[in-house]
Design a protein around this ligand. Structure first.
Ligand SMILES: [Zn+2]
Length: 307
């Protein structure tokens, strides 16, 4: 139903001006970048599952209520404005683009109308700071063997089976300009190059990699830059907040908070008291920031956060 609504990416304004000039003169660019998948690739259709189909169908009227159908010839024009960084297609790197969007000048409109929730269970850990680390995705509860569904139509860019980090994970590039990552899977059920519809299982929920308990680590990225999934999606109702996302620098302001963080590298003879004196930060604050106790033994070479 209304599958033709899912695709377009529209760029407002004619250029994205970024710090460091990494989007060199998009205005002068004549090349057309079409995000449609190569025609020879098989398109995997969603596997109907009664429980999920029910959820999706109940969401559709709400999602598409105010949207006007967009015809194909407009879509092709819109796609010609896809940033040229998406010329890169890497099946090994999560972020091959190397663009920092924290100072992006324009607003980019992304169509979210085809969204299907990857999993409909509750949030177990949010996007944001986790003491000294930053959590670039959102964690959603899964039961062993739950199907994890692709969030939008797209083409699988990479799959990997790591013992650490994300564990078994899948990354998909979508035709709306977003990329999604699904981590800690027990099994991967797609291959790089597969073109899949929203709702197709990319794998089974698991506990692989750096994970304590069954959950899905779900990331949303634009040109490699993670977005706070809560800015787009209401995880209680499993719906997108709007059909169109007006993406701008404010979505990446969290990076400025990360830039403010300072670390103290523990050297021989360092104690919490000495570090507190050197950094001007109290021992109790150091403990809180790093999730340690006064009695914690400081390993030489460890980084302690002090801002
Ligand atoms: Zn996570």
């Amino acid at each position: 139903m209304h599958r033709n609504l899912f695709k377009p990416l529209i760029i407002v304004g004619t250029s994205l001006l970024l710090a460091g000039g990494s989007f060199a003169d998009l205005q002068a660019r004549e090349k057309t970048i079409i995000m449609d998948p190569p025609k020879s690739l098989p398109v995997l259709e969603p596997v109907p599952r009664p429980d999920i189909v029910f959820v999706i169908d109940s969401l559709r009227p709400k999602l598409n209520k105010n949207i006007t159908p967009i015809v194909d010839f407009i879509r092709d024009i819109e796609f010609s404005d896809m940033p040229e960084e998406y010329d890169i297609w890497s099946d090994s790197q999560i972020n091959p683009y190397k663009v920092d969007l924290k100072d992006m000048k324009d607003t980019v409109k992304l169509d979210l109308s085809g969204y299907v929730p990857p999993i409909t269970k509750h949030v177990t850990s949010d996007f944001g700071f986790r003491r000294w680390r930053f959590h670039y995705g959102i964690d959603l509860k899964v039961e062993k063997g739950d199907s994890v569904l692709c969030a939008f139509d797209g083409t699988v860019r990479l799959t990997r089976r790591d013992r650490r980090g994300y564990g078994y994970f899948v990354l998909v590039r979508h035709f709306n300009g977003l990329e999604t990552l699904y981590g800690h899977l027990a099994r991967i059920t797609v291959n790089p190059g597969d073109t899949i519809k929203a709702g197709v299982p990319v794998g089974l929920g698991g506990n692989t990699g750096r994970s304590t308990g069954y959950h899905l680590h779900f990331e949303l990225r634009y040109l490699g830059n993670p977005l706070n999934p809560n800015d787009l999606i209401d995880f209680q109702s499993c719906c997108t907040k709007n059909n169109i996302l007006q993406l701008n620098a404010s979505h990446f302001s969290y990076k400025k908070e990360i830039d403010k963080i300072r670390f103290w590298k523990v050297r021989r003879g360092d104690t919490l008291g000495r570090i507190a004196m050197r950094t001007g930060v109290s021992i109790s604050k150091l403990c809180k920031l790093n999730g340690i106790k006064r009695s914690t033994k400081l390993r030489i070479g460890r980084n302690l956060r002090y801002t």
